[in-house]
Design a protein around this ligand. Structure first.
Ligand code: SPV
Ligand code: MG
Length: 435
């Protein structure tokens, strides 16, 4: 009796729909099915954060009719599992001939050819719009307790978490939805930074800790309402330790994932002024007390209090920065942000190298506004875990709006400004549910 043929299918299996069932049914006619379920890391590398964790997704798949075996596939690429299993067939929907999975498909064909295996494609089930379904589930079902943990979950599954500034609902939507296709990956932002500079600027106010928490919470709520990604709040100095404890609780209750507080006291000025303005750094002890007060107030384990070190900004030297990092970690900080306003990344790189030697598993955060030639890959090599693009949406919006305003003034009409603006039809339908 001839042996049954071996069939391999890989899937995220996050939301199981009849498209999956169609595929499995057809694949079962070819032989015994092994399903490779993508890890959370693999899914996050090319689309969104999975709704269900890997063990749950594997359990669902292993209980489906026709599935003989379930294995883990830890990359979007099939090669490793194909070499291990040497299947006669790989089965997939025909939708991957175009788009980001095209290259993965070519490699599957090439590797299978080594032992005479074959790729079998079935027509993609046309009425499944999984992205729309997913969005519905996420925006409707995004409870604060789910969202709050998203940053710490991302840190477990991504080498570098990429954060972009948002200062209202619209910019929140940009961070939520912007994507580019790069080789066989879709690049997206992982979450939002609610910057004190941008939040203040959007309200026409200076970045001197003048915009109070109530007002900052309004901004945050506007963003929370229309997005699903984790939010990191720029908490300035955190205020008095007694007040900070309340701030932390408010934020965690709303579903914010982290606050970053900087070790300065008194009238706060933006760090990018450096020593051009008077800025006072807090003592190590005082700032540790504040971190401790925040930690003690927490109700959840996932909310992160990240300590931001201003020693390099204030020219206090590398040793001071490192001593503070150690002390803040000991005080319970769940992350360390090192800030610099130098054009060269040298001092940040030096900090990274020495920080790695601590051997502490506490995420390191950078804000490369001035040393912006450094890529995320280079940060990753140095152990940086969160990269924040702190002000780029407001900085790009302002010149564009000013140009339009001046164009109208120059011409005494708006015709010439039209080419600077998006078409009315597009703005009307930009926000879902406008019709
Ligand atoms: C902010 O975005 O408000 C920050 C980062 O605190 S920086 O402007 O570089 O100080
Ligand atoms: Mg700030």
């Amino acid at each position: 009796m001839s042996e049954r043929k071996q069939v391999y299918l890989a899937m995220a299996a996050d939301v199981i729909h009849h498209g999956h069932i169609n595929l499995i049914e057809r694949a079962s006619e070819l032989g015994d099915i092994t399903v490779g379920v993508l890890t959370d890391e693999a899914i996050a590398s090319y689309k969104r954060f999975p709704l269900l964790p890997l063990p749950e997704r594997m359990r669902v798949i292993s209980n489906l009719k026709h599935v003989h075996k379930v294995v883990v596939q830890d990359t979007v690429d099939y090669e490793k599992n194909l070499r291990l299993l040497k299947p006669d067939y790989v089965v997939h929907g025909d939708d991957w001939r175009e788009g980001i999975q095209k290259q993965v498909r070519s490699r599957v064909i090439k590797v299978l050819a080594e032992w005479g295996g074959e790729l079998v494609e079935f027509p993609y089930t046309a009425d499944v719009n999984i992205d729309r379904l997913r969005k519905e589930v996420e925006t409707r079902g995004m409870l604060p307790e789910v969202r709050r943990g998203r940053l710490s979950q991302l840190l477990k599954i991504k080498p570098v978490v990429r954060i972009m500034e948002a200062h209202n609902g619209l910019t929140g939507l940009i961070v939520e939805n912007a994507s580019v296709v790069k080789e066989d990956k879709i690049e997206r932002f992982d979450g939002m930074w609610v910057s004190s500079l941008c939040d203040s600027t959007a309200k026409g106010k200076p970045d001197i800790e003048l915009v109070d928490l109530t007002s900052r919470m309004n901004t945050i709520n506007d963003i929370l309402e229309v997005t699903t990604k984790p939010i990191i709040l720029d908490g300035d100095t955190g205020g008095l330790p007694e007040h900070f404890a309340y701030t932390v609780r408010t934020l965690e209750r709303e579903g914010v994932s982290a606050i970053i507080i900087e070790d300065k006291i008194g009238p706060k000025k933006n760090s990018l002024f450096g020593t051009d303005v008077v800025q006072t750094q807090d003592g190590i002890e005082g700032f540790c007390y504040k971190i401790h007060a925040g930690k003690a107030a927490l109700k959840s384990r996932e909310f992160m209090i990240i300590a931001r070190i201003e020693s390099l900004i204030l020219k206090q030297g590398m040793d001071d920065a490192l001593a503070r990092a150690r002390a803040y970690i000991d005080a319970g900080a769940s992350g360390i942000m090192i800030h610099s306003k130098e054009k060269s990344p040298a001092e940040v790189f030096e900090f990274c190298e020495k920080y790695q030697k601590f051997g502490a598993d506490i995420p390191l955060v950078v804000v490369p506004t001035t040393y912006n030639a450094v890529t995320e890959d280079e940060f990753e090599k140095r152990g940086v875990r969160i990269v924040i693009y702190a002000n780029h949406l407001i900085r790009s919006a302002f010149p564009a709006m000013m140009k339009t305003a001046r164009t109208i003034l120059e011409h005494g009409r708006s015709l010439e400004a039209d080419e600077l603006c998006m078409p009315i039809k597009e703005i009307l339908t930009l926000i879902p549910g406008s019709e």
